[in-house]
Design a protein around this ligand. Structure first.
Ligand SMILES: NC(=O)c1ccc[n+]([C@@H]2O[C@H](COP(=O)([O-])OP(=O)(O)OC[C@H]3O[C@@H](n4cnc5c(N)ncnc54)[C@H](OP(=O)(O)O)[C@@H]3O)[C@@H](O)[C@H]2O)c1
Length: 289
């Protein structure tokens, strides 16, 4: 049966991947965007675009009206719990029957990272809401490693503040496919999934995957957390985000959240993409001619 599926954050990385994976599913897709100037591709793809601000509840009604299923994604920030709550309230008012929420790896009240504790607040609100829910907790995105694109292209070096951490990072394309499955197939109500890549990789292994994909030597140089945060501050990044990144660098360097889970494979019947596939698919981003 065809449903109306509303996706928030529709201009962003994950929601774009979700929408890409829902294309051709036969469901009517709606996207909530804040900035309509960025929504051309969504419109071209046949998505019904609604402009709204998750911090302004009065702007949300038309996007949510009649939606059967809602994918709630909020950007990281101090107001994420408020944004998620506004989206949940709008979904409730509209009579939505299933909420899929984008959370994050390790979201818990006692997590060592501020972003994870913020997510825990919203996850708790949703699980206590009485509405059928599914919570998706993906690991660190492989695509975040594109931060290293310039230094890899210029001098074959990955600078990161992860020490010797091993992260089972996941490809955003896999998150999109997984979320699309949750939104369109039964059996996921009132469940929480933690999805990771197929293996926990060190930054040395990431550099090795790039070496192979680019056909030139790439090495990893660990950066002290303090130095990385200083560099981020100099770029003009806000203080909340500086703290959130410092928390993640510190927690991951200490071995936090390094376990691989089998949730992706159990639901999708295949493995998530490996770091080597990621390195090959995006070799051009890292400077391969
Ligand atoms: N990065 C990671 O490794 C990681 C891992 C696990 C989970 N997560 C979670 O993933 C989420 C971020 O996903 P993403 O990277 O796909 O985000 P993203 O690319 O930054 O996109 C977020 C979207 O949110 C929209 N937005 C911002 N403020 C808004 C507001 N007030 N009202 C309505 N829309 C608003 C923006 O819309 P416009 O473009 O229209 O302005 C933007 O397109 C966060 O919850 C984060 O904690 C991240």
């Amino acid at each position: 049966m065809s449903k109306i599926i509303l996706i928030t954050g529709a201009n962003g990385s994950v929601s774009s991947a979700v929408i890409g994976s829902l294309k051709g599913s036969g469901h009517k897709l709606r996207g909530l965007v804040r900035n309509p100037a960025k929504a051309g591709a969504l419109k071209d793809a046949g998505v019904e675009v609604h402009v709204g601000d998750l911090e302004k509840p009065k702007t949300l009604g038309p996007a949510f009206a009649g939606a059967d299923t809602v994918f709630i994604l909020t950007p990281p920030g101090p107001r994420a719990p408020e944004q998620s709550s506004n989206a949940l309230w709008a979904a409730r008012q509209a009579g939505a029957r299933h909420i899929v929420r984008m959370s994050a790896i390790g979201a818990a009240y006692d997590a060592p990272t501020i972003n994870s504790r913020m997510h825990a607040l919203s996850d708790g609100e949703l699980t206590g809401s009485g509405l059928p829910y599914t919570i998706l907790k993906p690991h660190f995105f492989l695509q975040n490693l594109m931060m290293a694109a310039q230094s890899v292209a210029q001098d074959g070096t990955v600078y990161m503040a992860f020490g010797e951490a091993k992260l089972p990072a996941i490809d955003v394309r896999d998150i999109g496919e997984f979320a699309a499955r949750l939104l369109t197939t039964p059996g996921h109500e009132n469940k929480t999934y933690t999805i990771t890549g197929p293996a926990a990789i060190s930054m040395h292994q990431f550099a090795a995957a790039l070496t192979e994909a680019l056909g030139k030597p790439v090495k990893y140089v660990p950066v002290p957390v303090e130095a990385a945060v200083q560099a981020i501050a100099q770029l003009g990044v806000d203080t909340w985000t500086q703290q959130a990144l410092e928390d993640y660098f510190t927690a991951y360097s200490r071995g936090w959240a390094s376990d691989v889970t089998d949730d992706y494979k159990r639901v999708m019947g295949k493995s998530a993409r490996s770091v080597s596939e990621f390195a090959h698919d995006f070799a051009g981003v890292f400077g391969k001619k």
